[in-house]
Design a protein around this ligand. Structure first.
Ligand code: CP
Length: 332
């Protein structure tokens, strides 16, 4: 089984993974299911948290991490079926994955959206090519559409800070100088709905999440007795929430024309910023962000350095959740 999105897991399975992560965090679980085994980590894009926490997690589970960077320290990769490889790509995913299968027991893959063609990228073609050719688990370390490891660490952090059960959770778009991928907000919104939280998604008009994904989010929320509200009112959105999750993302309609997104979003600078005034409207809410974050652009120093900010614990929980995921995937 692969882990491509939290959408493939039930609420109960998410809770079990979080509880397992808590046992790894407390030291109650010291299992080493990867003893004598290797896991490949394939990074098409930069990373601090994901790369470091996966390497440390694999080590703590008794295994060895093999880090590969296509186009950097390993060959450039083609993923399209039947491609005539007469341009810049040296190796096909078909061989890459099956060769790694002779050395490793799983592959983690990071492959961001290129922000060129929404209709193509929303299907996660590179990640899906890995999943297609692999006979062993593929772990999504952030694709164009999903960042399940981040979302599970986020849900673990909410539970750790605020306890079990339904919370009022705000996902707020934030101004950033350029368009960014949507995987983090997609996965956060989906996981929050799956967990039965009351999700408020706040963004400017035109920055809606994917329609099909939103339909799945609404269905997940209904199944878990939660709710979904979408608003363009960045101030009222903060009223009485227990969690503020900030993230910037690009508008789907500007994929392939990113200068237009920069022009469009200019009007939101300063207004779509998490500051002390907005946090004061919350129910003593915690501040969350996946990191890296641009200080005084997405969030003020006053908020990220306050007692309400849990971003470092959130980043730590990536380690524990990923150990839980690998333990689950590799000991079936
Ligand atoms: N949150 C997250 O995925 O961080 P990195 O991009 O540093 O891995």
């Amino acid at each position: 089984m692969h882990l491509l999105s939290t959408g493939q897991l039930s609420k109960q399975e998410l809770i079990q993974l979080i509880e397992s992560a808590q046992r790894f965090k407390s030291g109650a679980d010291q299992a080493k299911p990867l003893a004598g085994q290797s896991v490949a980590l394939v990074f098409f894009n930069p990373s601090l948290r994901t790369r470091a926490s996966m390497q440390v997690g694999i080590y703590e589970l008794g295994g060895n991490a093999v880090v590969l960077e296509p186009g950097g320290t390993s060959w450039t990769l083609e993923h399209r079926e039947h491609a005539v490889m007469d341009a810049d790509k040296t190796e096909h995913v078909a061989e890459f994955v099956r060769v790694l299968g002779r050395y490793c027991v799983a592959i983690g893959v990071r492959t961001f959206a290129a922000l060129k063609n929404w209709q193509e990228e929303r299907l996660d073609p590179i990640l899906e090519a890995f999943a297609k050719y692999s006979e062993f688990p593929i772990i999504n370390l952030e694709s164009a559409m999903h960042h399940p490891c981040q979302a599970m660490a986020d849900m673990m952090t909410i539970r750790e800070k605020l306890g079990e059960g339904r919370k009022r959770v705000l996902l707020t778009w934030a101004w950033h100088s350029k368009a960014l991928p949507m995987a983090v907000p997609n996965s956060f919104a989906l996981a929050a709905a799956q967990m039965g939280h009351d999700l408020i998604s706040a963004h400017p008009n035109g920055y809606e999440l994917d329609d099909e994904l939103m339909e799945g989010i609404r269905q997940s929320a209904a199944a878990a007795d939660g709710s979904v509200t979408v608003t363009n009112d960045v101030d009222a959105a903060f009223d009485k929430v227990g969690v503020v999750y900030a993230k910037s993302w690009g508008a789907r309609k500007f994929y392939g024309a990113l200068d237009k997104d920069i022009d469009e979003r200019a009007q939101y600078r300063g207004k779509w910023l998490v500051d002390e005034a907005k946090m004061a409207r919350t129910n003593n809410g915690i501040f969350m962000h996946c990191l890296p974050v641009r200080r005084n652009v997405i969030v003020t120093d006053g908020v990220i350095d306050s007692a309400q900010s849990v971003v470092i614990d959130e980043a730590e929980n990536r380690l524990h959740v990923q150990k839980s995921i690998m333990n689950q995937l590799l000991t079936r």
